[in-house]
Write a protein that binds this ligand. Sequence first.
Ligand code: ATP
Ligand code: MG
Length: 147
Amino acid sequence: MAVTHTLTIIKPDAFGAGKSGQIVAHLEQAGFRVVAARVARLTTEQAEGFYEVHKERPFFRSLVAFMSSGPCMPLVLERADAVAELRRVIGATDPAEAADGTVRRLYAESKERNAIHASDSDENAKRESGFFFAEMELIANRQVNER
Ligand code: ATP
Ligand code: MG
């Protein structure tokens, strides 16, 4: 399986609770390498832009308020089959339904305050990585150049 990239965000609930170190360690132990990382406090407009695909969903306003409620930690991660593997490692959206040992099962509070985001396709991984990081930062640290 080819080495690819994905975008994750340690969300404001987990970051604010001081869980970012444990979550990054969990991801590294699962075989991901950190290519880029930052701490960001999203404005309302930025959170709306990031989650634009959900703008018609009933939970959209609440999700935007949550994601802009405090600092979060976006990271670009690299490993074989990164998008699918990260979705597996974080678990189901609702922590009550997430498999044992997944990040959401271990660290999430609720279906909304669910600790971590992961891109759901290679195309969205590219869009979301570009949302937080300059091309220059991504190129510098990649082991594999997908362009
Ligand atoms: P993410 O995109 O953050 O990785 P996901 O792909 O598992 O999560 P989505 O359906 O894309 O889930 O929903 C985006 C986010 O919106 C969820 O992670 C969660 O924070 C919130 N959310 C989703 N469904 C609900 C819901 N029914 N009630 C409240 N919040 C929700
Ligand atoms: Mg999603």
